[in-house]
Design a protein around this ligand. Structure first.
Ligand code: GCB
Length: 594
């Protein structure tokens, strides 16, 4: 699937803005055929945005089930004879789409795009009614998993992850045109050999048997630096300007579908030439050892929830640059494509994660006070859940494999990882990821219950990724004991011969709470907590990455350990720095050393 773009053969029209919106608490809309006409009791809601926090109404915030969106779009007159496609950046967690009376798409998974060829259902120059039903229920068959409970007060969504279950149309919606014969896919793999670079490309095309493909690589000034012909080929650049952390240098790869001298379709893909490799305990980008500094983030904002927002895209990146972060993890789901485009252009390194979070029923029992059930079993996460997970990996890799910023796939966050069932579940998923993309390392974020000596999944992973909370969930308030325990565990992991990235370490901190004798929740404790971790990391060579949990405070479900959400942010939810920001800035900008 290629992203919509404007060009000599393609055009797009945005459907973002205010749509009609109606909750369906009784789940009657599908039977009643709500898509057949105007939504009767609708109010307006913005796209992209989560709907939960828009209306100052707990019934909307905590809604479980279907929510309907509707808009009318006028198809541009000039698109006559073209193929017309309707594309959603995401619909959380699943959706069905109708154009007028016809169902055109169905998609499962809340964080990856989907589209429908609607050429046969629209008339250029005419209006088309677009209706979407979005469903937010999480089950044993969904990624992430959850359980809907029937209670006397109605249905209640239980989930096993620590962020609010925002739902709705979180990303942009486009109507776009392509020629009937068109390019529909491209994969690039880049290489470096001394000063020279290569871009290996493969394109897919539809109705193009008799057509040719021309590939032209242009540098940042628009100067042609290499050309090739054919659906697959290699472009060579003698003096290449590589993409590297901190410097998002990009070329433009223009792919043209041709009929003799005539241009049939054209698509431009930005390409960064770089390599990624794990060698021993090093993580190499362009053959040079790379150390990750940065955060696990969330797509999370006041009012708009998980709705993509360019303002905060730019602002968060500015704060990351200010603090000296070179990377982040898309915890705990694939982020909007705009985020990765921006990372490509700005040299920000990304660990790209699927939405497989909460697959750990020991942790769920502990955190939610529920009776423990097996994580992986026919009654819980079984075959259907596994298939959904495999599909989530397929969609993530298909969407993001051409982004130079993405250097590592994280296929799950804190799953159960110490049982035979977990091995049987995950081994094929690691294999699948490598088969889909042999060029990037693969890992998963390990949790504390499967500490060194217990974990059984790291043998499938290229990198050891650890979420650790010594000094918070363990040894809270005792940073001396925490330091010993952290060092002992990391020393164990370091014998595995793989690079270690600490993908989470953090302490909840209420901004403005100060203490001269630091206790958990104070700004001073967060400072001392981070300093303790950094001392330990600096004593262990295998640690090649530190991602603080979290970049900013974020919304969660209710809980006694949560004060208006998770407060482990180094920035507040509205992006004001806590004292810890200065500690990180001094360390990551090297200010302590100068
Ligand atoms: C974790 C999870 C993350 C939570 C965090 C916490 O290990 O990966 O989703 O938010 O801990 O703050 O408890």
């Amino acid at each position: 699937m290629l992203r919509p773009q404007d060009g000599p053969t393609r055009e797009r029209k945005s459907l973002d803005g205010l749509w009609q919106f109606q909750l369906d608490p009784d789940g009657v809309g599908r039977t009643a055929g709500w898509w057949r006409g105007r939504l009767r009791e609708a109010r307006e809601a913005p796209v992209p945005a989560s709907y939960n926090d828009l209306f100052a109404d707990a019934a909307v915030r905590d809604h479980v089930g279907d929510a309907w969106y509707q808009t009318t779009v006028r198809v541009p007159r000039g698109w006559a004879g073209q193929r017309v496609v309707l594309r959603f950046g995401a619909a959380t967690h699943r959706a069905v789409v109708w154009v007028d009376d016809v169902e055109v798409a169905r998609h499962e998974g809340g964080y990856t795009p989907f589209e429908a060829d609607v050429t046969a259902h629209v008339r250029p120059g005419g209006p088309a009614r677009v209706t979407v039903v979005v469903n937010n229920e999480l089950s044993w068959e969904s990624i992430p998993p959850g359980e809907v409970e029937e209670t006397p007060r109605g249905r209640r969504q239980v989930y096993f992850h620590d962020f609010f279950n925002y739902a709705g149309l979180h990303r942009s919606v486009w109507l776009y045109s392509t020629p009937r014969a068109h390019l529909d896919d491209v994969t690039v793999v880049t290489g470096l050999d001394g000063a020279a670079g290569t871009v290996q490309y493969t394109v897919g095309a539809v109705d193009a048997d008799s057509l040719g493909v021309r590939a032209v690589l242009r540098d940042a000034e628009g100067v042609e630096v290499a050309t090739a012909h054919g659906a697959t080929g290699v472009l060579e650049v003698a003096e290449v300007h590589p993409w590297r952390p901190g410097e998002g240098h990009l070329y433009d790869l223009e792919l043209a579908l041709t009929d003799g001298p005539e241009l049939v379709d054209s698509y431009v893909l930005p390409v960064g030439v770089r390599t990624v490799e794990v060698r021993g305990q090093q993580f190499l980008i362009n053959g040079e050892p790379f150390s990750f500094t940065g955060f696990g983030k969330h797509e999370d904002l006041p009012v708009r929830g998980k709705g993509h927002d360019d303002v905060f895209l730019v602002h968060d990146a500015a704060l990351m640059r200010w603090i000296g972060a070179n990377s982040f993890r898309t915890a705990h789901y694939p982020y909007a494509e705009e985020v990765l485009d921006f990372a490509d252009r700005n040299g920000i390194v990304v660990i790209d994660e699927t939405a497989a979070v909460g697959q750990n029923m020991t942790l769920a029992a502990f955190a939610l006070g529920r009776p423990e059930v097996p994580t992986f079993s026919a009654e819980t996460i079984g075959e259907a859940g596994h298939a959904a997970h495999a599909q989530a990996i397929r969609e993530l890799v298909a969407r993001d494999r051409n982004h130079p910023s993405v250097v590592l796939w994280s296929i799950a966050n804190e799953p159960e990882s110490d049982t035979d069932e977990a091995c049987a579940y995950f081994e094929p998923l690691f294999d699948l990821t490598r088969e889909l993309d042999p060029t990037r390392p693969v890992g998963f974020a390990n949790m504390m219950f499967s500490a060194y000596g217990r974990d059984r999944l790291h043998r499938y992973a290229d990198v050891v990724m650890l979420n650790r909370y010594y000094g918070w969930y363990r040894h809270a308030g005792d940073l001396v004991a925490a330091e010993e325990a952290l060092e002992a565990e990391l020393t164990g992991w370091a014998t595995e011969g793989k690079p270690i990235i600490v993908t989470e370490y953090g302490a909840d901190t209420v901004a403005g709470l100060h203490q001269v004798t630091p206790m958990p929740w104070s700004e001073e404790y967060q400072v001392e907590f981070l300093e303790m971790h950094h001392r330990v990391f600096d004593r262990i060579d295998a640690v090649v990455g530190e991602h603080v949990w979290n970049f900013a405070d974020f919304a969660t479900g209710p809980g006694t350990g949560r004060v208006d959400g998770n407060r482990k942010g180094v920035f507040t939810r509205d992006r004001r720095p806590k004292a810890a920001a200065q500690v990180l800035r001094r360390r990551w900008q090297g200010l302590d050393r100068s």
